[in-house]
Design a protein around this ligand. Structure first.
Ligand code: GDP
Length: 614
């Protein structure tokens, strides 16, 4: 019946993180359970504003998972495909509850546009006076106030974040769109970074503190302005779709006080809690208070004296660790493999007298994670570019990945970073497929040129676009671009390629050809940090396609990863692990937002701290 949500079959997951899909008059909202590989979908008429859908989906998810947990664990989700689930009554009950709960909410007085959160999501909010103190509860404005003053920047977001919590506790959660959730995560991300920044600098005098803080770039990075989002701005063939007048260099740049050309490390809140917990936490009593009696007993309970570790000792802890990793968005099969390797490593090991099983397992896992994130071969782009320069040839980087992950945007950020390091860049527009792709790059090129005009570089054009429009052979364009760059003395060629799904054989073949023919110095896979299990599939298939279609004896695979949208995931940083685990290749760049400065290098310890955090 219209308006009655229905549970339906799994939906193909094109990209992780999406939870709503609209088709004509219907909206589908869905939720993924990475652990058991389940998809919960509610379909309803778009015009109905069902405020209880998120609650319903959450409740059904929890109840269904808990009811069938044992079966899933024994047979796996696929093993139950032919099974019948006696869930109808439960579902009807949950539906009734959800409907009731939406009725008993505070009298539904419709918000005016000004009162609504949407009203703060306008372009205006991006250009709000930067020194202005953000108003409480104005969540989409919260970060604007942070640019001028580092101290303010620390206090403000957390305040706003508390306001967020209040808002969602009051039941506004149902109104959060995907964008708003991402935005919330971004705010949380920057709050952490700022907190981390403040912590490490707190003993310094004020002036120093501010000086030290500024180059961290977070302040403008936290803007919710879609400064670099030109993905829709350019449509078919028009070069002028983004007039220069609209361009605010400050905004596109991020913090002006940062050290130009420096690639800052990703930082995270130091994980004091997790550190303490490591000593006292006991698997059977996870909520024991540190230092209290409970903590003491918890600790004693977990002690195994100088006995050697058995599988039985570790299994409950490993199970918890696995769930924890999955909850942090590590792909399920990788979480399993990781725990298995930790178990193998520890089995039979004699533990110290005052160590708990939990802390021993945790530490081993932590070490394994750091190791995974620090693959043996590092990629030092600047050094390699200089090396290429010495050989009088351009250094060539190819960007590949599925659609919408941020290839073009992060390619532009990397261009900016290279230019700031004194290298000239030729951008090769080899996405000859998606309407607007060339224009998007043209817009970036113009903005980058505006930020780094030839006048500031001894008359040298620092960035140029090489394009041949649409429909042409991408490999051919890349080849022409490389030879153009060689003739014109460009230091680097950045090759943008069409986004493609890993299952699209013809496009994957074309990518393999582009790489085989042009032999770039670096093949970067661009993947968004939002992906869970999907990360495995994407990377395995990209690498396989490159291997299958390579003409070389040793096939050319992905050399490194650009992990994008890291600012939108809060502490669910598992994709970083999944991606490096599968490829054994480093994360070379991390995209942390939508300004040209929102680019970082990976800090393995920071990621692991976020992963281990309770
Ligand atoms: P492509 O199709 O892979 O080239 O993706 P685009 O570069 O067009 O980016 C898709 C969307 O993701 C745009 O809205 C970008 O602004 C956004 N985006 C890219 N990188 C990041 C990032 O690191 N953080 C955030 N928050 N958004 C990003």
């Amino acid at each position: 019946a219209p308006g009655t949500p229905i549970l339906t079959a799994p939906l193909p997951q094109e990209r992780g993180g999406n939870n709503s899909f609209t088709h004509e008059a219907l909206t589908l909202k869905y939720k993924l359970d990475n652990q058991f590989e389940l998809v919960f979908v509610v379909g309803f008429q778009k015009i109905l504003t069902l405020t209880y859908v998120d609650k319903l989906i959450d409740d059904v998810h929890k109840e269904f998972r808990d009811k069938y947990r044992n079966e899933f664990q024994q047979k796996g989700a696929l093993g139950l495909l032919n099974g019948t689930f006696d869930f109808k009554d439960d579902f009807m009950r949950l539906l009734r509850d959800a409907e009731e709960s939406s009725k008993v909410r505070a009298p539904t007085v419709m918000k005016t546009f000004e009162q609504s959160l949407k009203s703060q999501k306008t372009v205006k909010c991006m250009i709000e006076t930067r020194g202005e103190k953000p108003k409480e509860k104005v969540k989409n404005k919260k970060n604007k106030g942070s640019k001028k003053d580092g101290t303010e920047a620390v206090a403000v977001p957390s305040k706003a974040s508390a306001a967020d919590k209040q808002l969602s506790a009051a039941g506004d959660k149902e109104e959060l769109t995907k964008d708003e959730i991402l935005q919330k995560n971004r705010e949380e991300f920057f709050r952490r970074h700022m907190k981390a920044g403040e912590k490490s600098r707190s003993p310094k005098p004020d002036a120093q503190k501010e000086k030290g803080k500024k180059p961290r770039v977070w302040d403008l990075g936290n803007s919710n302005a879609k400064v670099l989002d030109y993905s829709n701005s350019a449509t078919n063939g028009s070069a002028d779709t983004c007039p220069v007048e609209e361009f605010d260099p400050d905004m596109a740049l991020g913090d002006k006080n940062r050290e130009p050309g420096r690639l800052y490390d990703l930082e995270y809140e130091s994980d004091d809690e997790a550190e303490e917990e490591k000593v006292v936490q006991n698997p059977s009593k996870p909520s024991v208070k540190k230092g209290g009696l409970g903590g003491m007993f918890g600790m004693l309970k977990g002690l195994v004296g100088s006995k050697s570790l058995t599988r039985d000792d570790m299994d409950p802890v490993l199970e918890k660790m696995k769930d924890h990793l999955i909850a942090k968005n590590v792909a399920a099969e990788i979480a399993v493999q990781l725990c298995e390797s930790v178990a193998k490593k520890l089995e039979g090991k004699v533990m110290g007298t005052f160590t708990t099983v939990t802390s021993t397992v945790k530490q081993a896992l932590q070490e394994a994670l750091v190791q995974i994130l620090q693959p043996q071969r590092r990629v030092d782009v600047l050094r390699d570019v200089m090396d290429a320069q010495r050989h009088r040839r351009p250094y060539v980087v190819t960007f590949c990945g599925v659609n919408g992950v941020g290839k073009s945007t992060n390619l532009a950020k990397i261009s900016f970073w290279l230019i700031e390091n004194g290298f000239s860049v030729l951008i090769a527009a080899c996405d000859t497929f998606r309407a607007g792709a060339v224009e998007q790059l043209r817009t970036h090129t113009r903005r980058l040129n505006a930020l780094h005009p030839p006048e500031s570089h001894g008359g040298r054009t620092m960035v140029q676009l090489y394009e041949k429009g649409y429909g042409k052979d991408a490999a051919g364009i890349a080849m022409e671009a490389i030879s153009y760059a060689r003739n014109q003395g460009f230091d680097v060629v950045l090759v943008d390629t069409a986004g493609r799904m890993q299952d699209n054989a013809p496009l994957m073949t074309a990518l393999a050809k582009l790489i085989a023919v042009n032999a770039p110095d670096l093949v970067l896979f661009v993947g968004e940090a939002l992906v869970g299990n999907e990360a495995v599939d994407q990377l395995v298939k990209f690498n396989k396609a490159l291997a299958d279609h390579s003409m070389a004896q040793t096939p050319r695979l992905i050399d490194g990863i650009v992990l994008t949208k890291f600012d939108t995931i809060d502490d669910k940083v598992g994709a970083a692990i999944s991606m490096t685990y599968i490829t054994s290749k480093p994360i070379v760049f991390v995209g942390t937002g939508q300004t040209y400065c929102d680019l970082r290098s990976l800090n393995a310890k920071a990621v692991v701290a976020a992963l281990m955090k309770a």
